[in-house]
Design a protein around this ligand. Structure first.
Ligand code: ADP
Length: 499
């Protein structure tokens, strides 16, 4: 604890918050786990204990679901106007903005990411996300439907969209606050009530968010936050028979478990899962811009992004130049603790994640991949891994097929632009893809053939609350963001009246 908290720039609210024993938010009260158990979260830059957090499991999930159900059926939330829902969400955004620095620090301490990145990316994107959905609260509409077969009888038929009900939301550790916002924003705009389970590695920003949710004036029980482990709290939430829908972001492997658990009461399921995203550079691209974009596509957030551009396909005539440029970028990245103002990349989130990434590096080397730069852990304190560029990989190797979720890119040459589309699509995943070219026709021709939920052309990692995001194939079900996500949080009711 001492190391993280003795950093000179730490906000006093953050040090007080982190030192406190963290409780869970159920029905507007901050309570201990029913079992009395707690778990530790660690500062990934040092490996030392950062905070102690109440460990929710089945009984806490039951209590939280009960509160969310009561709030949905009979509480003030069940009678609130859409305009008032929107105002509450907007107020929450304002409060997060007021505490931006605090959230950025919590995120950096808990997850490891550079503080300067959390300040300009995670927290501002969170704020904008809530503002975008504040606007949607008053714009969720149905249709009037002219019946096709009804004459000579006459009917007036229309649809309304109603909140799906009590929603369980299970989120990952890579963007802890932003993932909470992606889930909560549309659920609250639609009028649902929520039980949120943050990732066990990074619960702190969600818990602080819970305090601001109360300060904003959301009625008790609308948002309940139960920290705990996936196998216990998460599994109980996914299986709960009084939860109407579960929304999950995380690994494809756990996505499958969620789906199985959800079968108990056939609750609705949305999944935003893994990826092994192809990023394709054609020889007519602005090569310097493409190198910079490709480096950021894989190294942003230490490669811990589900859409990370981890398969880099480069047209053969420019392959050496691109690999050299990628290596140069990788070597210029300053890998340091997130609180160091010079840090461009922090540690990976946990020892387990570091070992997983290093395990992939070992397997790549054993199978014949060549390391151009990086390829190993950095130092022996904290969970740092060197930004890594691999070549000589094949599509049979795990490093080219499986999601590594770390700062590791495989650069792969290609000669035929037709063939590269086949290679890009030859994955069980289909989350995102990138194309770099100065030929707009080629760009759109390739984009139309890629089996991916997002295709970035001459850019990468562009996220906007208005732009849907989600996966084809085993990268998920449904979409986050935009108006698309509201479909996941509403039921359509058809109402038909004889005239
Ligand atoms: P990672 O393996 O990278 O930690 P996960 O997909 O395991 O990613 O975790 C994402 C979220 O899913 C976390 O909140 C975690 O606690 C939760 N989780 C893990 N296992 C389960 C499970 N069996 N059921 C429900 N949630 C789970």
């Amino acid at each position: 604890m001492a190391t993280a908290l003795s950093a000179p720039s730490i906000d006093s609210n953050v040090s007080k918050f982190v030192a406190r024993k963290q409780k869970m938010l159920i029905n507007g009260q901050w309570v201990e786990a029913a079992s009395g158990k707690t778990f530790a979260t660690y500062n990934p830059a040092t490996g030392q204990v950062l905070a102690n957090v109440a460990e929710g499991d089945l009984e806490d999930i039951n209590r939280a679901v009960k509160a969310a159900r009561a709030s949905f059926e009979t509480g003030p939330w069940s009678r609130i106007s859409p305009a008032d829902r929107g105002k509450l969400i907007w107020k929450l955004a304002d409060l997060i903005e007021k505490h931006l620095e605090e959230f950025a620090q919590l995120e950096s301490l808990d997850n490891g990411k550079p503080l300067k990145v959390a300040r300009v990316a995670d927290v501002p994107l969170t704020i904008e996300h809530f503002r975008y959905y504040a606007g949607w609260a008053t714009k969720i509409e149905g249709n009037t439907i002219p019946l096709t077969l009804a004459k000579p009888l006459r009917f007036f038929a229309y649809t309304v969209r109603e909140p799906v009900g009590v929603v369980g939301q299970i989120i990952p550790w890579n963007f802890p606050l932003l993932m909470a916002a992606w889930k909560l924003g549309p659920a609250l705009a639609a009028g649902c009530t929520v039980v949120l389970k943050p990732a066990e590695q990074t619960p702190l920003s969600a818990l602080r968010l819970g305090e601001l949710i109360q300060e904003a004036g959301f009625p008790d029980g609308v948002v309940n936050i139960v920290p705990g482990f996936g196998e216990t709290a998460g599994a109980a939430l996914a299986a709960h028979s009084d939860v109407d829908k579960v929304a999950f972001t995380g690994s494809t492997e756990v996505g499958r478990l969620i789906l199985q658990a959800a079968a108990s009461n056939l609750k609705k399921v949305s999944l935003e899962l893994g990826g092994k995203s192809p990023n394709v550079i054609l020889q007519d691209a602005d090569v310097d811009a493409a190198i910079e974009g490709a480096a950021s596509a894989i190294f942003f957030n230490h490669g811990q992004c589900c859409c990370a551009g981890s398969r880099l396909y480069v047209e053969r005539p420019i392959f050496d130049r691109v690999v050299e440029g990628m290596a140069r970028h990788a070597e210029q990245i300053r890998v340091k603790p997130g609180f160091d103002p010079d840090s461009d990349m922090g540690p990976l989130v946990s020892e387990e994640q570091m070992n997983r990434v290093c395990g992939y590096l070992d397997s790549g080397l054993r199978e014949g991949a060549k390391v151009v730069t990086g390829g190993a852990r950095l130092g022996d304190q904290g969970y740092f891994v060197k930004p890594t560029v691999l070549v000589n990989t094949t599509d049979r190797m795990k490093v080219e097929r499986e999601e590594i979720f770390g700062p590791v890119v495989a650069a792969i040459p290609f000669s035929d632009p037709e063939d590269v589309v086949l290679k890009a699509n030859a994955s069980v995943y289909g989350l995102a893809a990138g194309i770099w070219t100065s030929d707009i026709k080629k760009a759109h021709a390739i984009a139309s053939k890629l089996r991916a939920g997002t295709v970035w052309i001459n850019c990468y990692n562009v996220f906007d609350p208005a732009l849907p995001f989600g996966g084809y194939k085993q990268s998920g079900w449904g979409r986050e963001m935009g108006h698309e996500v509201l479909e996941q949080y509403t039921e359509v009711k058809s109402i038909c009246t004889a005239l």
